[in-house]
Design a protein around this ligand. Structure first.
Ligand SMILES: NC(=O)c1ccc[n+]([C@@H]2O[C@H](COP(=O)([O-])OP(=O)(O)OC[C@H]3O[C@@H](n4cnc5c(N)ncnc54)[C@H](O)[C@@H]3O)[C@@H](O)[C@H]2O)c1
Length: 273
């Protein structure tokens, strides 16, 4: 695909991630799968990471069937060795690491007084520790190859309280903090680090919440200013943008993609008549 340059020298036509090599964690389902497919559609080679072998393979095969380049690796993001393996596969097969999306997470779902030590530790190890480990492996490889961009998937639960998501929300708030620090510490190496804060997105992970919500999905959606759940592909497009040169001066940011949820006061909803 041909490319033209604008006055800043950035590509204005053509695939946004052409020639790139991107690692995506939790890429077997939902937002991570959509991110992997979107990165491949924009010209990047993709390493698909997931704890579930069959799901990782399915995403990798979907990319290959669309004419893209993909590899998959099965591992737990709570383990540093998983990230090192993802980075090694990316460098071995695609020559470099230019992008990394830290997406995998574990939410649990208990009030704080009922959260076990085991759940607390697992949530922190996966949801915050996994992002730390991913950033560290990505940064090391990106310094070697002259720069890159990282996107960390956080959550609206990291911005405001949601009953039952205290441990997860604390981890997701930590993701925003890690993102800012990594952005500041590695800007001089040409590495940009940003976060996305999705609101409610229509993925398997949200299914149980919708079932438990009084009135079900339609009542839940009525509370979202845009009147619907987000689609995984909408978060993926935000991630592609942040990885791409279109976002060349965006660093340390948290992009809220939630249909207006965070912008609206929960109560009172309207003025008295
Ligand atoms: N769906 C939402 O409404 C929503 C809202 C805000 C934030 N998020 C965030 O978006 C991200 C993706 O969520 P989703 O809704 O697409 O979930 P999902 O359950 O559809 O997909 C998550 C994927 O991650 C994999 N995974 C889980 N634990 C893992 C681990 N320890 N190591 C490696 N892979 C693991 C799963 O196998 C699965 O393929 C998460 O960070 C989540 O916190 C989701």
């Amino acid at each position: 695909m041909s490319a033209e340059n604008d006055r800043t020298g950035h590509q204005t036509t053509g695939a946004l991630l052409a020639g790139g090599a991107v690692v995506v964690t939790g890429a077997g389902s939902g937002i991570g799968r959509a991110c992997a497919l979107a990165c491949a559609a924009e010209g990047a080679s993709v390493v698909v990471g997931d704890i579930d072998e069959a799901l990782a393979l399915a995403t990798s095969e979907s990319i290959a069937q669309s004419g893209g380049q993909a590899r998959h690796y099965t591992g737990d993001v709570a383990e540093a060795s998983t990230h090192e393996a993802l980075a090694q596969v990316c460098v071995r097969d695609f020559g470099k690491v230019t992008g990394w999306i830290n997406n995998a997470a574990f939410s649990g779902g208990a009030l704080l007084g009922e959260t076990t030590d085991e759940d607390w530790q697992r949530i922190q190890a996966v949801t915050l520790g996994g992002v730390f480990q991913g950033c560290r492996s990505a940064i090391t490889r990106m310094i070697e190859s002259g720069g890159g961009a990282i996107v960390n998937i956080s959550s609206s639960a990291g911005l405001a309280a949601e009953p039952g998501l205290g441990a997860y929300g604390a981890a997701k708030a930590g993701v925003f903090s890690l993102t800012r620090n990594a952005a500041v510490e590695y800007a001089e190496h040409g590495i940009r680090v940003n976060a996305i804060s999705p609101g409610p997105i229509d993925t398997p992970a949200l299914g149980a919440w919708l079932e438990a919500f009084p009135g079900g999905r339609s009542a839940f959606e009525a509370q979202i200013p845009q009147g619907r759940l987000g689609r995984p592909e909408e978060i993926a497009q935000s991630a592609v943008f942040l990885l791409s040169d279109r976002a060349s001066f965006i660093n340390g940011a948290a992009l809220v993609a939630d249909g207006g949820v965070h912008a609206r006061l929960a109560s009172p909803r309207s003025l008295p008549s």
